[in-house]
Design a binder for this molecule. Structure first.
Ligand SMILES: Cc1ncc(COP(=O)(O)O)c(C=O)c1O
Length: 400
């Protein structure tokens, strides 16, 4: 008799083949640690790709979810619920925004931002402005409009024709952005720090330059903070480092600490694009996700995690710089801010092999873009964890 199939074999047989998961079945998490079926322990510097802001099994988040599940899981947007209103008020208080649209993912939050901008130009201004200018190497999600906005051809393969009306220019090139703006432009959409593109920082003055350009041309500035928002860089939102605000901003990932949620934040002006009936989603603003997000925001504020992220993030940056100094043939630089960091590998380095070897030594991390290993641990990570992760990476790089 043949042995029963393993979990990876069962997954390979029944899940669609669009992912290539590591052969590890995670069953439990605690703080910055994850455990697999065999009880092996992993230091989590992936955090579900910048999602698990409070780590795993945080008591306040778990309690909020359980309490809300007992009270009320879902009502449609034909009615009001308290957590959605409270969360919109809280997000408005923390940001530039006057209003919030809730949905379920980053791609959806961007989809709403794009629809809002286009519809505003048509219905409020009466102008035929529909084009959105985006950046090369950007990533905005996998819905059709989101891949059309995304400036990476590999995500377009096989899906043509894309949604029309998107133009791409190099990131951090203000002159190229200026040249691309036309009477058809309705918005500029960028990440204030590119995540999937390889953890690429905005150059000094770039975001302020975009703000000035948008003001001069009467077009919306949209920041995609799906990966960078909610404390990841040491501020509530990464654009705060640049001292400018957008008209529209998308959030998701860390907002509810692992419960699916997306949010499109906007000014009163931009919100006019969404007249009653203009846009909707069944699960958006459901009380469970909103209650979870309220708990995440409360813990970040109460425990002073923004300052903590800045401090531990600087320590992580120093640790990466030390790795570059110690292994110059393997790693050639580092990028990023706070707890969203990229370690840049030399062209000959097989990053998938580094990620596997690190996992075998008990450290989870991911790749990003063409040349970076991404480190984005939970915001609660401590200095000792950073040292431990750097030690593992040093061992892996030394053995290449
Ligand atoms: C900047 C950015 N925008 C949008 C998305 C898409 O988010 P989701 O996968 O929740 O649709 C991502 C996901 O990685 C992202 O990093």
């Amino acid at each position: 008799m043949s042995p029963p199939p393993t979990w990876p074999e069962r997954a390979a047989r029944r899940l669609t083949p669009n992912y290539r998961p590591a052969p590890v079945v995670l069953t439990r998490g605690d703080g910055v640690w994850l455990y697999d079926q065999e009880g092996r322990r992993y230091l989590d510097f992936a955090a579900g790709i910048a999602v698990c802001a409070l780590g795993h099994n945080h008591p306040d988040l778990t309690r909020a979810i359980c309490d809300q599940a007992r009270d009320l899981l879902h009502v449609s947007n034909l009615f009001l619920n308290e957590p959605a209103v409270l969360l919109a008020e809280r997000l408005a208080a923390l940001s530039f925004a006057d209003r919030v649209f809730f949905c379920n993912s980053g791609a959806e939050a961007n989809e709403a931002a794009l629809k809002m901008a286009r519809r505003y130009m048509r219905t409020v201004r009466g102008e035929d402005r529909y084009e959105v200018i985006c950046a090369h190497k950007s990533f905005h999600g996998r819905t059709w409009a989101a891949i059309s906005a995304t400036g990476q051809p590999k995500y377009h393969e096989g899906f043509a024709p894309l949604v029309p009306g998107f133009v791409h220019v190099p990131y951090n090139d203000l002159a190229a952005m200026e040249a691309a703006v036309s009477p058809r432009t309705c918005a500029i959409l960028v990440e204030p720090l590119q995540g999937e593109g390889g953890v690429v920082d905005a150059a000094p003055g770039y975001l302020a330059g975009l703000r000035a350009l948008c003001d001069a041309q009467g077009v919306f500035l949209i920041f995609d903070e799906v990966q960078t928002g909610v404390g990841r860089t040491g501020r509530w939102f990464a654009h705060e480092w640049a001292g400018v605000t957008p008209d529209i901003m998308s959030l998701a990932k860390g907002l509810a600490g692992g419960v699916p949620i997306g949010a499109t934040l906007c000014t009163d002006e931009a919100a006019q694009g969404f007249a009653p009936g203009a846009h909707a989603t069944t699960f958006g603003g459901n009380p469970l996700a909103c209650r979870a997000a309220l708990a995440v925001l409360e813990v970040i504020e109460r425990e002073g995690y923004l300052a903590h992220v800045e401090r531990v993030g600087a320590q992580l940056g120093d640790a990466l710089a030390a790795l570059v100094a110690a292994h110059p043939a393997q790693v050639v630089g580092h990028r990023g801010r706070g707890l969203l960091r990229g370690l840049v590998t030399a062209p000959h380095v097989d990053r998938a092999a580094v990620v596997s070897a690190a996992r075998e030594r008990g450290l989870l991390l991911t790749s990003a873009g063409d040349d970076a290993l991404r480190l984005c641990p939970p915001l609660i990570v401590g200095g000792a964890h950073v040292e431990e992760a750097a030690g593992v990476l040093s061992g892996v790089l030394g053995a290449l």
